[in-house]
Design a protein around this ligand. Structure first.
Ligand code: NPW
Ligand code: K
Length: 512
């Protein structure tokens, strides 16, 4: 699903007006009607208090007041947060109608105490204060009102975007409405998929406001949400005439003494997403463990020193590498200097590679050579690993995760999967994909290893590495969300993701 920035959304509105002659008032009417339909569906019989700002978002609120009052005689009141002269021209049209209809309009600047009472006692509060036109931090009377809105026990519906959330970055500009539901228009905004925006939007619904479909599909954008439809389109084929070789031969390299679980989890995850064959290359001391833990895999037992893979393992791996299609390296491998040699051999190969965890530490010296490599590389860092690789602070990465992942991906020509609340996949052409799902239930050691396994297993089956990264992220998050719904937020284990990923696959297979 496409995601729009403020500029792209404005352009879309402008194109609808200039190319199709659709007046802005009609778009506003459709926007308001979409909110009206939602209110009738979910909150019929409740009184509605609409808070309106000066821009077109406030205009949407006034248009909604007219529809509620005229069609359903819903008890509706408007709180105007600015002087009426400051309303946008479309907003003024609806303001005049509301006034003539006799809809109660309270002026915040004149009746502050009364407005606070209205907010406190409201059943449904509609936030039409600021939309995509927010330009600076919220202060003064607007701040006070939003503070009161957040303290109210009313059900809160935000029009287009919760007031205070930046539509591109998801930043809170001063303060932001904590909505229970957000009805966004035509195309969701990037800021509705990133933190802290995701903590303010509640349930997100997309309302069609009649912008022609051709314009939306032509709309150029660089941001996409990884959703069910996208994931469905990326399922690898499973033809009748096939065998294990059809679905890729994967070599998983990792493990050190005391860290055997990570490579077992990752390798099992590879098989669970449909790969045909897996070989697990580990230090000698872990060979028995991997055989017992991942029954279906083959174990390649390698020389070790001090519990880590010894650099002589690189020569053995080089001899074996030809027979594999895909390599996953990193889970539990440790940061011994000896891993460097192994990474060198892996990078010299013509195989598709996924690098995770401590493998990323061994990758760093080779970053400048990656663009010249023909076969794809996917890296799956968490913010700490990303910080080590890029030199940015963790705080900066968390503050600008999209830019951080994008610039790294472009600079080195690799696919970056940044593991934050909603995983971000950055592609070297500058495109950004943001996971539409995610759950803190799997913020646990081992969850990253499972993701590495999912992506590696899909990469072995998919021709497109981007698809493997996107589908891997989707399956990981979707399974986590389903498990959290079933078991709650505390007791889901990363190994449960492996156990239950089949249900997520099945959901996609059965989707029409
Ligand atoms: N055809 C369309 O385009 C359609 C658009 N639609 C709707 O319009 C919305 C976008 O409308 P918009 O561009 O008028 O912006 P919006 O967010 O309502 O208000 C901006 C106003 O707030 C002000 N202001 C800004 N920051 C401030 C601050 N911190 N503190 C105080 N004031 C601040 C700013 O004034 P100024 O910066 O000049 O002071 C300006 O007056 C969009 O989200 C959707 O809901 C739909 O109807 C469908 C069709
Ligand atoms: K709003």
């Amino acid at each position: 699903m496409k995601l729009a920035t403020k500029r792209e959304m404005n352009q879309l509105d402008q194109d609808a007006m200039s190319q199709y002659g659709i007046p802005s008032l009609l778009l506003m009417e459709h926007a308001a009607y979409g909110v009206f339909c939602y209110l009738m569906e979910e909150h019929q019989g409740k009184s509605v208090t609409i808070l309106c700002g000066s821009g077109n978002n406030g205009g949407d609120g006034l248009a909604l007041a007219r529809i509620l009052y005229s069609f359903k005689k819903v008890q509706v009141q408007v709180v105007l947060l600015v002087e009426e002269e400051k309303l946008s021209s479309d907003g003024k049209v609806y303001y005049t109608i509301c006034e003539k209809l006799g809809i109660p309009i309270y002026r915040y600047l004149e009746e502050m105490e009364l407005v606070w009472e209205l907010i406190e006692e409201a059943q449904v509060l509609v936030d039409a204060i600021f939309g995509t036109g927010l330009t600076r931090p919220i202060t003064g009377s607007f701040y006070k009102v939003i503070e009161k809105v957040n303290a109210s026990s009313a059900f809160k519906v935000s029009v287009d975007i919760p007031s205070g959330i930046h539509p591109d970055t998801a930043d809170v500009l001063g303060i932001a409405v904590e909505a229970d539901c957000t009805l966004t228009f035509q195309v969701p905004k990037v800021g509705q998929f990133l933190y802290p925006g995701i903590a303010h939007i509640g349930t997100l619904r997309v309302v069609d406001i009649g912008i022609p479909k051709e314009l939306v599909s032509k709309m150029s954008c660089m941001h996409y949400a990884i959703d069910e439809d996208m994931a469905k389109g990326m399922l690898p084929d499973r033809p009748i005439r096939s065998n294990k070789g059809t679905y890729g031969k994967v070599l998983m390299i990792g493990g050190q003494v005391g860290m055997g679980g990570a490579i077992c989890l990752a390798s099992k995850a590879v098989m669970k997403v449909g790969a045909g064959l897996v070989t697990i290359a580990v230090p000698n001391a872990l060979a028995l463990l991997t055989q017992q833990k991942v029954t279906e895999a083959i174990t390649l037992s390698l020389p070790e020193r001090d519990g880590h893979l010894d650099e002589t393992a690189a020569t053995i791996l080089k001899e074996h590498m030809m027979q594999y299609s895909t390599i996953g390296i990193g889970p539990g491998i440790g940061r011994s200097g000896m891993i460097q040699k192994i990474m060198e051999v892996v990078l010299e190969s013509d195989k598709s590679i996924v690098v995770d965890a401590d493998g990323l530490y061994a990758l760093k010296p080779y970053l400048n050579q990656l663009k010249a490599r023909k076969a794809p590389i996917i890296i799956t860092p968490h913010p700490g690993e990303m910080s080590y690789l890029s030199g940015e602070s963790i705080a900066d990465i968390l503050a600008h995760p999209v830019e951080s992942a994008r610039s790294f991906s472009e600079r080195y020509g690799i696919i970056v999967v940044l593991k934050i609340e909603r995983m971000i996949v950055a592609v070297p052409d500058g495109s950004i994909y943001i996971n539409s799902r995610g759950h803190s239930a799997i913020a646990k050691g081992g969850a990253g290893d499972v993701l590495t396994g999912f992506i590696t297993g899909l990469l072995a089956q998919n021709k497109q590495p981007v698809s493997a990264a996107l589908l891997g992220c989707y399956l990981h998050a979707d399974t986590a969300c389903s498990l959290a719904r079933l078991k709650g937020s505390y007791s889901v284990l990363p190994s449960d993701l492996i156990e239950h990923v089949g249900e997520s696959f099945k959901g996609l297979e059965n989707k029409h």
